[in-house]
Design a binder for this molecule. Sequence first.
Ligand code: SF4
Ligand code: SF4
Length: 352
Amino acid sequence: MISSFQKLKQRSLCRKFSELPKHIKILPSYTQPKKKNIIFHRAESKNPPLGQTWSNLHEACYQKTKKQTLESNSFMGSLCWNGFELMKQRTWRKLTPQKVKKWKEDPILQDPQELTKNIKFASKFFGSDLVGITEYDPRWTYVEDSEKISQFQKTIVIGIAMDDEAISLGNSFIASGEVALCYSKLAFVLTLMCKLIEDLGYKAEASVNGDSLSIPSAIQAGLGHMGRSSLLINPKYGPGIRLAKIFTNMPLINDKPLDDDITPICAKCGQCAKKCPTQAISHSKEPNYDNPTISNNPGVLKWAVDPEKCFKQWCDLGHDCVICIRVCPFRKKIYGNKSTSVQRFMEKILNK
Ligand code: SF4
Ligand code: SF4
């Protein structure tokens, strides 16, 4: 008798993966990431050396800041997560089904080209800044969630741009609140999108960061590149983007990954590595296969970020850190100044 994991492996072998840009190299030894190794899960299970859990930290931070103004109070950040938490309960399942019988019968909405056009229009209309489509790729799904998600054929990647003014403030409860607010906005878009897909007669599963990695799918869906900071770098918004996915069986047309490569820019720039308060980002000249902790996913050629050091900074602050986003020259405002050779180089690449 074969195990469910073996079955999954067999199914995966029959799949045709979407392309990745040629400069992204994946070793044959690459295996799916494990959820239990995510830094937040390790922290919750009090796996040393982390010592702190994220929820305890929020409480301690609230006690420290509760007498201050809303702007400098940790309550602000927590408040902004509420849209996300509410939508995560998947309340859309309880929403009234729309009268879409006619739509279902209409051949226009069975045509992949028309479906793709409509899905992209809806995503933008509901509030997303970016939307791209790629083949569902089981390599990015956490082993623990593989069985649940492997029934889907497509991944719709959705992005919400962060407010640049908030990021400009650097580490603060406002910038942290902006991160949370983006996830709440994403949850709103995901809710309406999943409802739309189901009403059109297809299956949809919303996913933020819980079931699978977002960045590889975003790269395959043509939404950007991976920077030294391990963040997605989008040509328009730089690293100031928050991502989520919808897995579906709707027959959609895939986007193509961008064909340029920002590795030479990141090799020259290194600002995120220089300015990272805990020196969590690799300073190495070239991307490599080094992986500092068990929370890193081995087998991909990249500059690795040390999640233990990064998490320590978040714990010390009592909220998430935005320095690697703030200092990146790909952020539109800095990019807008066009004052350095790195920025001129980027301009050339982005305008081609
Ligand atoms: S979030 Fe902050 S601590 Fe983490 S890698 Fe970025 S700059 Fe470093
Ligand atoms: S700060 Fe520089 S090195 Fe870091 S991701 Fe942005 S462009 Fe690349």
